[in-house]
Design a protein around this ligand. Sequence first.
Ligand SMILES: NC(=O)c1ccc[n+]([C@@H]2O[C@H](COP(=O)([O-])OP(=O)(O)OC[C@H]3O[C@@H](n4cnc5c(N)ncnc54)[C@H](O)[C@@H]3O)[C@@H](O)[C@H]2O)c1
Length: 325
Amino acid sequence: MAKKIRVGLVGVGGMGGCHFYNYEKIENAELVAVCDVRKDVAKEKVGNRKIKIYTNLDRMLKYQDLDMIDICTPSYMHKNMAIKLLNKGYHVLCEKPMTLNAKDAQKVIEAANKTDKNFMVAHVVRFMTPYMYLRSVIESGELGKLIRLDMKRISGIPRWSWEDWMRDEKKSGGVATDLSIHDIDFVQSVLGVPDSIQAYRYNMKENNDNVITNMIYGDTLVTCEGAWYNTGIPFHATFLAVFQNGSIELSDKLYKNGEAVELNKAQAEDVDLGINVGNDDGYLKEMQYFVNCIIENKKPDFVTPESSARSVELVDQIKKKAKKL
Ligand SMILES: NC(=O)c1ccc[n+]([C@@H]2O[C@H](COP(=O)([O-])OP(=O)(O)OC[C@H]3O[C@@H](n4cnc5c(N)ncnc54)[C@H](O)[C@@H]3O)[C@@H](O)[C@H]2O)c1
């Protein structure tokens, strides 16, 4: 029988829950064990599946024979967990952000460079079909030069996290590090580091935190807006990209020059990562991609540790430069 990657998942809250169910769809991986300090939450996810439950990471590592660990714990834990797991010789998939600041990201890179195992930050937006499609249109130049890109990611302030860690800037980095990083990372991964940055921030006052960043690339203006607002506003992520000869837009649907593009058609035309998951779920695609890279003994070069660290560095700069409103 073909080899299955044996996975341990640490943190089965909101995002860990999403990863948990996706392992059932990944044929060349087996979720062997989960670890969460909340045993009841882990038990509820596991149900009657044959998956071991731990409340302590060291115990999971001691008693289970695992190839890969998937880190879905709060962001302030990523640095230490990633370094420890890389030093112990595991392949590591780590939720975004890589770390809370650029200095810590460099420490993770050092650990990743000392092992032949794979490390990848789960920058899901890079794997989402509308964004992969946008990347391929920018890179192919089929609509000419990019003139303007406007990206938005807005939601109600998160009140659901374990111990409310997300609303604590020291633990989550606030909306720039937690939410806007999705778009900033996408832009950085396609266009590189901008020539200059301006930013404005409403700084976690009365449960409102937003950051609006202008990034200049030559004569192209890119704006990224990330916001948590103190209302029940539903999560939404949109973009408008205007080129010399056309436009790509994500709003209620994906549009090219004002005409809707079916996602399966967009998927057929977007970046080819050699993965075949048959749908447009970015979370499943990033996980399948990482598992395939392990099996094929390849480095996950679609999301390198260096490029994830550059996004953390950019967000650090944005927060430092942001004019406080
Ligand atoms: N890619 C995305 O779209 C996306 C979306 C949401 C969150 N995230 C990221 O995922 C990570 C987790 O966020 P979340 O929303 O799932 O948070 P959460 O609070 O819902 O879940 C975190 C889980 O970690 C557990 N935990 C805490 N300390 C632990 C420890 N020492 N060992 C084991 N388990 C521990 C908690 O009990 C909880 O179940 C964060 O880094 C966040 O930025 C990514």
